[in-house]
Ligand binder design. Structure first.
Ligand SMILES: *[C@@H]1O[C@H](CO)[C@@H](O)[C@H](O)[C@H]1NC(C)=O
Ligand SMILES: *[C@@H]1O[C@H](CO)[C@@H](O)[C@H](O)[C@H]1NC(C)=O
Length: 467
């Protein structure tokens, strides 16, 4: 008890004398940001929007998206500022959000966001069900980048052609089918207690897509060449392994774990990865294998990754882990997600402190926030067409892209690409290296926030017991 009085007295003094550190983040900050992050996903929705609470500037769009045989492909999420619907990164995002719910559902519940995150996942999985038109046929992209890039305006006003591209037996993509299988399998876990029928339906799609990925090997960018310039993927070994483990987690069946371990060997995934990203999933695979098997081989691999990331990885002068200039913050957030879970597995507890440190940098600890709508001096001009548009009926076009004014519609919760390796950052809409926002940038970030909420709650319990 004594300790606490002392602690509070000092804290009060700090506040009285204006020394309070405005960049200390607590339970309440994480709760606010996770709520905003879900609003970002809401702003990215395509198709018919039955509910625009929190994003009143959005409405129905791309209602006529369809497959090559007229199949309804409306729904899903827009990729970023552009209006292409890109199944590979959308599926990775879905798997990551589901993983966050599986590991840290209490965090979502404490923030009052459990229903909202289930809705966010379902918005993607309902779309993926439409994309999976037959067992060995899956739509990987709707919209053409080159056509899309000539448009700057509201999604509701689009009228350009939006071709759809798929993988099938003739032109397979084990990476895309594998990631979609992982998204279906992981989401089926979170819907088990919510809606068994839906959960089973998701699992059926997961199993079929896994078989498709495994039986028809190929890289999806060969079937969907437009993807290569934007979301290239170098190999499908990690997606096959990743999807097999997620199927094991969803079904409990040993055969999928055996598959995962055999892929892990065949594709030589043992080496310590440098990052965890939508096209480089080995760190996530090692963590899942460690969790499922508790074998020292995988535990050591996770430990090596987190130790390297925390101690030896390149950092900016102010302490942000720096992997590359594209999606700087999301790279750090994804590593934080892995290492926070590594500490939960009983590996070094410092990995959780490391995760908090990285997320706190993003929330403003180094002087400014990188999350739209939150904290000190947050980004006002994210590279995002829809939110750059004024209210209707004002027109919207290229003038809005170059306008020096803040985006009229606040894109709450969007995590921007971030600073360069010297912590340098400029809030300019045209510079996507600083201000790009994408579906996958926010995913690992959001899961880590849920984990940090759980951690803060636990610390609160320990404190109240000590009192
Ligand atoms: C598409 O929209 C643009 C501007 O919003 C308009 O000028 C053009 O005529 C439209 N094209 C079609 C085919 O409706
Ligand atoms: C459960 O999911 C099924 C399949 O999507 C759906 O038809 C049904 O309405 C859902 N039930 C509830 C209670 O939401």
């Amino acid at each position: 008890m004594k300790y606490f009085i002392h602690f509070y007295t000092i804290n009060t003094l700090w506040i009285l004398f204006g020394w309070a550190n405005p960049t200390e983040f607590d339970l309440d900050s994480y709760k606010r940001v996770i709520k905003m992050s879900l609003l970002f996903y809401k702003a990215q929705r395509s198709g018919h929007l039955p509910d625009t609470t929190g994003v009143p500037w959005r409405g129905d769009s791309a209602l006529n998206d369809q497959g090559q045989n007229g199949e309804d492909l409306s729904g899903g999420y827009y990729d970023a500022s552009d209006y292409v619907k890109f199944s590979f990164t959308m599926a990775f995002t879905t798997t990551m959000l589901s993983w966050g719910v599986i590991s840290f559902d209490e965090g979502y519940r404490a923030a009052g966001q459990y229903e909202n995150v289930l809705d966010a996942v379902k918005w993607a999985t309902d779309y993926f069900i439409k994309c999976h038109v037959s067992k060995n046929e899956f739509y990987g992209q709707v919209g053409d980048f080159d056509i899309d890039l000539e448009y700057w305006g509201r999604p509701e006003d689009m009228n350009m052609s939006r071709p759809a591209y798929k993988i099938d037996e003739e032109r397979p993509g084990s990476d895309l089918a594998g990631e979609a299988a992982a998204a279906f399998a992981s989401s089926s876990i979170i819907f088990k207690d919510v809606n068994q029928t839906y959960s089973k339906e998701l699992l059926r799609h997961a199993i079929e897509l896994f078989d498709f990925a495994d039986n028809y090997k190929g890289l999806y960018q060969e079937a969907i060449p437009g993807a290569k310039n934007f979301y290239e993927n170098g190999g499908y070994g990690d997606e096959l392994t990743w999807s097999a483990i997620w199927l094991h987690k969803a079904t409990g069946e040993k055969k999928y774990l055996k598959k995962a371990i055999s892929f892990y060997e065949t594709f030589r995934l043992k080496e310590r990865p440098n990052e965890f990203y939508y096209n480089k999933k080995v760190a996530g695979i090692q963590l899942l294998l460690a969790e499922v098997t508790r074998s020292s081989e995988y535990l050591n691999a996770v430990d090596a990754f987190c130790k390297y990331s925390m101690v030896e990885q390149t950092r900016t002068p102010k302490g942000l882990v720096f992997i590359e200039k594209f999606g700087t913050l999301s790279h750090a957030a994804n590593i934080a997600f892995i290492c926070l879970q590594a500490s939960e597995l009983g590996l070094n507890a410092k990995y959780a402190d490391f995760a908090k440190e990285q997320i706190d940098y993003m929330l403003g600890k180094a002087g400014r926030s990188f999350v739209v709508g939150f904290g000190a001096n947050y980004p006002k001009k994210p590279h995002h067409a829809a939110s750059s548009c004024p209210n209707r009926p004002h027109p919207c076009g290229w003038k809005q892209r170059t306008s020096p004014e803040p985006n009229p519609q606040p894109l709450y919760g969007a995590l921007v690409s971030g600073p360069n390796k010297n912590d340098y950052y400029q809030d300019t809409r045209e510079e996507f290296l600083f201000n790009e926002v994408t579906l996958d940038y926010n995913a690992g970030f959001q899961g880590t926030l849920a984990g940090l909420i759980v951690r803060e709650l636990r610390r609160g319990e320990v404190e109240s017991q000590t009192e």
